[in-house]
Design a protein around this ligand. Structure first.
Ligand code: SAM
Length: 159
């Protein structure tokens, strides 16, 4: 079985710079049911499993007011990704595409984002549905979602 870090035919890897340009602060850790990349959904869904976003000290006061929002955007560091591929091929079709044309976790700065349903906040834990990341994924940021909610699906037979 191919490993998750293998380079497929048609994919191109480049040499990464030795130094980074900025530092990030991991402000928490995300707890989800998934431990391998193959198990995790490609994108989260509002009816997905309940996930726990643990926020570390000293960032707890930064949660004040977040509970006024039904949907929030979560930013996370896809820490188990390689970072050097500039073209990538889906296993399904083998066609090489540029990394920036894809939402693949394999990218020079492996930042993932998901707009999730906020279920509640219990102390340092933010409960949400709609994530797609592995258990233990580092948390980068939380922001309220400002886009209007997507329309509710029409009842069957309507429209
Ligand atoms: N929703 C985010 C986005 O669009 O920016 C991430 C989408 S990415 C396609 C989701 C996939 O990344 C998952 O199916 C899993 O294979 C992989 N993944 C999840 N957590 C990861 C992690 N911590 N490190 C590396 N890969 C991860």
């Amino acid at each position: 079985m191919a490993g998750e870090h293998d380079v497929r035919p048609g994919e191109v890897a480049v040499a990464l710079p030795e130094a980074t340009d900025a530092g990030l602060i991991f402000i928490g850790r995300i707890h989800t049911p998934w431990t391998t990349r193959r198990e995790a959904p490609h994108q989260g869904s509002p009816d997905g499993p309940l996930c726990r976003i643990e926020v570390f000290d000293p960032w707890l006061p930064a949660l004040a007011g977040l509970d006024r929002h039904e949907r929030i955007e979560v930013f996370y560091w896809l820490h188990r990704s390689r970072r050097d591929l500039v073209t990538q091929c889906r296993a399904s079709d083998g066609i090489a595409r540029g990394t920036f044309s894809l939402r693949t976790p394999v990218r020079p700065n492996p930042i993932g984002t998901s707009i999730v349903q906020l279920v509640g906040i219990e102390g340092c834990v933010v409960l949400v549905r709609g994530l797609d990341c592995l258990d233990g994924t580092p948390l980068l940021d939380l922001k309220p979602d400002r886009k209007p909610a997507p329309p509710a699906p029409l009842p069957s037979g309507a429209g």
